[in-house]
Design a binder for this molecule. Structure first.
Ligand code: FMN
Length: 219
């Protein structure tokens, strides 16, 4: 009997830098490469240095370009999110926040989020805890216990080369794995239940019964 291969995880990374080339982009790539060693993943990277000009002047979601809308849907449908930004003035970039201001308020409930940041100084490593974690706390997302912070001397030619940082990336993933697995299993179980209820309601006669489909079993 042939076995179905495991469904890859939809991993979406948002890099909030305005620069290209970028250390934040390089950090995101290093995290994704490490993740791919331990899980089957389908990676999608959203670089705000490319996307920014398409939404920086928009005030509401209905004003957004189609490509930005597609990227927001990718974030909202992710199994695992990597949220990465350089430190600008002791916080994430304004563009990073502006992008997440368009994300639907409940789309990230219970979604695992790995936090990552780069800065010019080691002294701003707590951006992970005082800026990024509260933002994803607002979304009721499942921020993973260890985040990853890098500064200039961790890179050579825009690649992560510092052994301690590589070790930290491996530790962040290893600590996060049980949470990622249980969250993805639960989301898929809920989806199967919702699909099953929908199938049953397809043979029920009344529109009122159809309206009773539980679209959100959590929250
Ligand atoms: C406008 C601006 C503000 C910055 N503010 C800080 C800061 O407050 N703390 C810090 O450690 N680095 C700060 N930096 C440095 C960047 O965070 C750092 O160089 C980062 O690694 C750049 O990432 P990137 O190559 O992905 O753009 C700032 C850089 C810019 C351009």
């Amino acid at each position: 009997m042939t076995q179905t291969p495991p469904q890859p995880l939809r991993v979406v990374a948002v890099s909030g830098t305005l620069s290209s080339p970028s250390k934040t982009d390089a950090l995101v790539d290093a995290v994704l490469d490490e993740l791919a060693l331990v899980l089957p993943i389908e990676r999608h990277v959203i670089r705000l240095s490319e996307l920014g000009p398409l939404f920086a002047g928009a005030l509401t979601r209905d004003q957004l370009d189609e490509r930005v809308e597609r990227e927001l849907r990718a974030v909202e449908g992710a199994d695992l999110l990597i949220a990465a930004s350089p430190v600008y003035r002791a916080s994430f970039t304004g563009l990073f926040k502006h992008f997440f201001d368009f994300v639907e308020q409940y789309a990230l409930v219970d979604v695992p989020v790995l936090l990552a940041a780069t800065g010019g100084s080691e002294r701003h490593a707590l951006i992970l805890e005082h800026s990024l974690r509260p933002l994803f706390g607002f979304f009721q997302a499942l921020t993973l216990p260890l985040g990853v912070y890098a500064h200039a001397s961790d890179f050579t030619d825009r690649r992560v080369t510092a052994p301690l940082l590589q070790e930290r990336i491996r530790a962040a993933i290893a600590r996060g794995l049980p949470l990622i697995r249980s969250s993805v299993d639960e989301a898929r179980r809920i989806q199967r239940t919702v699909d099953g209820v929908r199938d049953e309601l397809d043979v029920l006669p009344t529109p009122a019964a159809r309206d009773a489909v539980p679209v959100r079993l959590y929250s």
